[in-house]
Design a binder for this molecule. Structure first.
Ligand code: FUC
Length: 785
């Protein structure tokens, strides 16, 4: 199976409607897409843990995809040792060829699965409907549809509550017409999936006012249970047939849905071990509680919970109130150049906040992290049909999913990520032993990861091998501490992971004889170019790992015996080299641009620029490297896929070029999103949504170089504006306003005290802060003039 099949391959008309037109709601655990059809309304429903793959009676030997021996019969760790020896002997070509044997299994990788659909079948005709409006209000996380049917106002509302763990659909008829419809709840199985034995075995039971869906996945026996209950305030609801309920003569109907599986992120079995009955009882209990609580209370709790996170950040770039025109039209106008300045701002501000909405809807404490499609998926079957299995890709995608989580003040939404990476530690240690033969600790994971500890290097070296992916995702985890200063959390959950990752590199880095540099071998820059001994991608990420683990150890007073060695190692990594074209080299063997084989000028990955963003290696103070980074960015160009553009925007923001960053936001809006504002690779991939939100924050506030930089890359077109609630490293919160591109007011709230340096308008001030105090930055700057 070639996972890197042509982009968007297999996307059907039906998929396109789903990914381009429907409205997503979610609570991290469940996701749903609202079609907004009037006569036959449809929702697709997801449960985040429903995955094929992993341990199964079909795969008694499942071991995270690790392959002990290559096809040649040699052990992986032996092959690895030989590769290092070949490099040492200067036999680069032979080493690179042998590296391609470092692969894992394909069997057991699996894919995320769509759970089921919800259909509401009415018997009126479309022609009888007028004044149709479909809406997703991201201030309240409520989707709604309203229309008039023969003078009766019909209103439907949809949300998924995090506090109550249910999907709620409310339908109301205000007028003479009543609500008469049937409800069905079929499992989402595609024929091909069933043929491949990758579908579901399901029993559907309708009784009185409930439908229950009970079953397991054919591939791995994972149990799932989903239940739906209908309440009516007038009229009736009853069983129509074994799979359908009928509602009649009602004017106010509420439908509650809850679902769960017996998955647990726990190595090596990944199951709760609940019986079918226990699982059903768990879901039923959640459902009953929500029904008892009632629609109004569930809705109130949902809005309160959602707004407690979403409401922290406000952005005003001149967009004014809510748009008068539908979003898809706004988008069309933006693309054709017909949008007014204010309409352009509307869309840009909306896209920024949408990335926050989508993460709150797809990553909440206790859930798995947001995957390649967040929590939303309409497909089932293998990892070709479900693009990339909708997995946890760690050569940029999972990282990008969380780039905005701290800066836009939603740190609690990152907890699923830390938990997930933590759960990779045990299988990752097995992978490290298997492939590197290490004996003194160390952990490793590569490009593709699943909820079943799939930490092997994939089944093709040229996209699968990427041990630096783990240090990279650990940057995201480390940032939790940088932004929250939660020392105890860092001690218990983050430091141990970074330490384990460092232990691997303590053992495997080898000296490049020509340069004296300590390198990782074999090294491959994500999906691009030749296999070499060390490259900028690997070296930058390993450098950053040591940088962060040293800082963490010092803060905690831990591992004082190791820190000096870590420092020495870090100082010999020399990640950055400037080439003859003035560029940041992607490989150390590179001379001028495109001097290396198998390179693509406009490649989507910016792997050699990770020290610029999201890393801290190429800072504004490193002027020569910064200049070279700009040269490299120019070389890669402004054309890319959704996430490729989002990465470029963040990178340009770090260079301080707000206008270029803004131009690329325009490019993303023009070529990288669908009418429902979902990012496209294609197909739909959520990373670009999150990445662009991070980029807007990065244009307004940066804090990676030891100081809080206000308006570091403000584009000329956002000339007047304000933002409140952005977060900065050191656990500060910033609110500010600007006019004609100049800062007019700025406040910094200190959430845990400590020293801060602030840079604004070309000036810098360093001062002590007291926890809970809000500081008037303009005044402080003025006093220090
Ligand atoms: C990375 C990218 C691909 C795709 C995949 C999910 O490997 O190189 O283009 O986005 O992730």
């Amino acid at each position: 199976m070639d996972l890197h099949c042509p982009a968007g391959a297999g996307t059907t008309e039906e998929d396109n409607i789903w990914q381009q037109q429907t409205l997503p709601v979610g609570n991290g655990f469940m996701g749903a897409n609202v079609y907004g059809e009037v006569c036959r309304e449809r929702l697709t429903l997801n449960e985040k843990t429903l995955w094929n793959g992993g341990p199964s009676v079909r795969r008694p030997d499942y071991c995270g995809g690790n392959k002990r021996t290559a096809d040649s019969g040699r052990r992986m760790s032996e092959i690895y040792r030989t590769i290092t020896e070949l490099y040492r002997a200067g036999k680069e070509q032979e080493a690179a060829e042998l590296a391609e044997e470092l692969t894992g299994e394909e069997e057991g990788y699996g894919a995320y699965q769509s759970l089921c659909n919800l259909y509401f079948q009415f018997d009126f005709a479309r022609e009888e409907v007028s004044s149709y409006v479909r809406e997703l209000d991201i201030d309240t996380a409520l989707a709604s549809v309203s229309f008039v049917l023969r003078k009766t106002k019909m209103r439907r509302e949809y949300f998924i509550s995090y506090p109550d763990r249910v999907l709620v659909v409310k339908m109301r008829a205000e007028g003479a017409e009543k609500l008469d419809f049937s409800i069905s709840f079929p499992a989402a199985d595609e024929e091909r999936a069933l043929r491949q034995q990758l579908g579901k075995e399901t029993v559907t039971t309708a009784a009185d006012d409930t439908i229950a869906l009970s079953g397991h996945l054919q591939d791995n026996g994972m149990r799932f249970y989903a239940a739906l209950k209908v309440t009516v305030s007038d009229g009736t609801v009853c069983r129509k047939d074994e799979e359908t309920l009928a509602v009649a003569d009602a004017s106010d109907v509420t439908v509650y849905v809850s679902a769960a599986t017996d998955y647990r992120d726990h190595y090596p079995d990944y199951r709760t071990k609940e019986t079918e009955k226990e699982l059903a009882a768990r879901v039923q209990n959640v459902l009953d509680q929500a029904v008892r609580k009632g629609y109004e209370s569930v809705k109130r709790a949902h809005i309160r919970d959602y707004q407690s996170v979403f409401g922290r950040v406000k952005l005003d770039i001149g967009q004014g109130g809510a748009a008068e025109i539908p979003t898809d039209e706004l988008l069309a106008r933006y693309r054709s150049g017909a949008a007014s300045q204010q309409e352009q701002w509307m869309l840009e501000a909306l896209l920024f906040q949408y990335g926050r909405y989508l993460l709150i809807a797809s990553s909440r404490a206790g859930s798995l992290p947001a995957n390649l499609q967040g929590v939303w998926q309409n497909r089932s079957g293998d990892a070709v049909r479900v693009p990339w299995g909708s997995d946890y890709h760690m050569n940029i995608n999972l990282q990008m999913n969380y780039w905005h989580v701290y800066s836009t003040n939603m740190a609690e939404c990152a907890l699923p990520l830390t938990d997930y990476v933590d759960a990779l530690m045990k299988p990752g240690k097995v992978t490290a032993q298997c492939y590197f033969g290490v004996e003194h600790g160390g952990v490793s994971a590569h490009t593709q990861n699943t909820p079943f500890g799939w930490t092997c290097p994939g089944w093709e070296f040229r996209w699968g091998w990427s041990p630096a992916a783990l240090p990279w995702i650990l940057q995201n985890c480390w940032d939790y501490y940088e932004y929250t200063h939660d020392l105890e959390y860092m001690r218990a959950h983050i430091y141990p992971m970074m330490r384990e990752a460092a232990l691997l590199y303590d053992q495997i880095l080898t000296e490049d004889k020509k340069t004296g540099r300590l390198v990782s071998v074999p090294a491959y820059s994500p999906e691009h170019g030749p296999i070499t001994a060390g490259n900028t991608y690997e070296q930058s990420l390993i450098w950053q790992l040591y940088e962060n683990v040293i800082r963490a150890a010092e803060i905690l007073g831990a591992d004082s015996d190791r820190v000096p060695q870590w420092r020495r190692t870090q100082s010999r990594l020399n990640p950055i080299e400037v080439g003859e074209s003035g560029q940041i080299k992607e490989w150390y063997e590179e001379t001028v641009f495109e001097s290396m084989p198998q390179t693509e000028r406009e490649h989507r990955h910016l792997s050699h620029l990770l020290g610029l963003y999201p890393g801290t290696l190429i800072s504004p103070e490193e002027k020569e490297w910064m200049r070279a980074a700009v040269v490299s960015l120019e070389q890669r160009g402004d054309k890319s896929t959704g996430w490729g553009l989002a990465h470029r925007i963040n990178a340009w923001a770090r260079t301080g070029d707000g206008n270029r960053a803004h131009r690329l936001i325009g490019e993303l809006i023009t070529n990288g999103i669908y009418p429902n504002l979902w990012d496209t690779h294609p197909p739909f991939q959520i990373d670009g949504n999150f990445g662009v939100t991070a980029a807007v924050a990065e244009m307004l506030l940066q804090s990676h170089s030891g100081y809080v930089h206000l308006l570091p890359a403000l584009p000329g077109v956002w000339k007047d504006g304000s933002v409140s609630g952005l977060a900065a490293r050191g656990n500060f919160e910033v609110s500010m306003a600007w006019k004609d591109g100049r800062l007019t007011e700025a406040f910094l709230l200190s959430r845990s005290g400590g020293t801060v340096s602030v840079q604004a308008e070309g000036r810098k001030a360093t001062f002590e802060t007291v926890r809970g105090e809000n500081y008037d930055i303009m005044k402080i700057m003025e006093e220090r003039r």
